[in-house]
Ligand binder design. Sequence first.
Ligand code: ATR
Length: 274
Amino acid sequence: MEIDGKTQIIGLFGDPVLYSLSPAMHNAACSYLRLPYVYLPFRVEKKDLANAVTAIRALKIKGVNITVPHKESVIPFLDQLDESARRCGAVNTIVNNDGVLTGYNTDGAGFIDSLQEADFNPAGKKAVILGAGGAARAVGSALTDHGIREILIINRTVTKAERLVQLLGNHVYCQQLIPYSTLELTDVDLIINTLSIPFKEQGKWLLNFTSFQRALFYDLRYGQMPSDFLTFAQTINAPAMDGLGMLLHQGARAFTLFTGKEAPLAAMRSALVL
Ligand code: ATR
């Protein structure tokens, strides 16, 4: 990659950013298309977020992805939000248009893209979401936008689950997460894990599921080893996928917002080898 006076900067704000796969993925796309962009990781501590956003304008950074812990707290520093970010109250992509900063959220659409790539169409289906944080909000909004029939949200803090039910509207229900209990689920097509805790502790599964017919188990996390949640799916011969596809597709959509170019998916995917 050649860097000269015409090089434009795009990047990532988060803390930590050390193990992020986004720089490799976006730089692979820039190189593949021979675009004069470089994607840099910026470790931004909470106390520095306002200054970091100001620096986007001052340094004419073309755009940044936003990750933990800034997806919600960055919103007051932006000029406008598009519908995707407003709906789920979180931003994962900022685009700088001549000093006007617009916040987007490509997580939900990236999640749907990854499902469609796996030949799973959410329309008319029933889903269970474990968790009610930012990731659950993005995924839940995207599923309702794509015609899901029903969603059950299961979360430790019921008030948070209830807020998500209100946000998502009709045909969305919630119940409390009771660790180590067994859930009888009928007609469930998709079970999504957004919890930030392990699915297995001291040799016990956090939840057991019975009575489902070939539900797809989707863990939003990814890593070299299959997560406990995906291992559980294997033990019952259920189809399973991790969050790498969502990472790819949210990144591809962000790349298009940054550069105006169609994302080279194959080049980006090959940079994601763990
Ligand atoms: P994100 O915003 O990235 O989705 P998060 O909100 O920090 O992540 O956490 C995701 C989920 O993990 C939340 O639903 C959280 O449950 P609460 O709403 O009750 O906080 C869940 N979670 C975190 N720690 C947990 C624990 N010890 N037991 C059960 N659930 C937990």
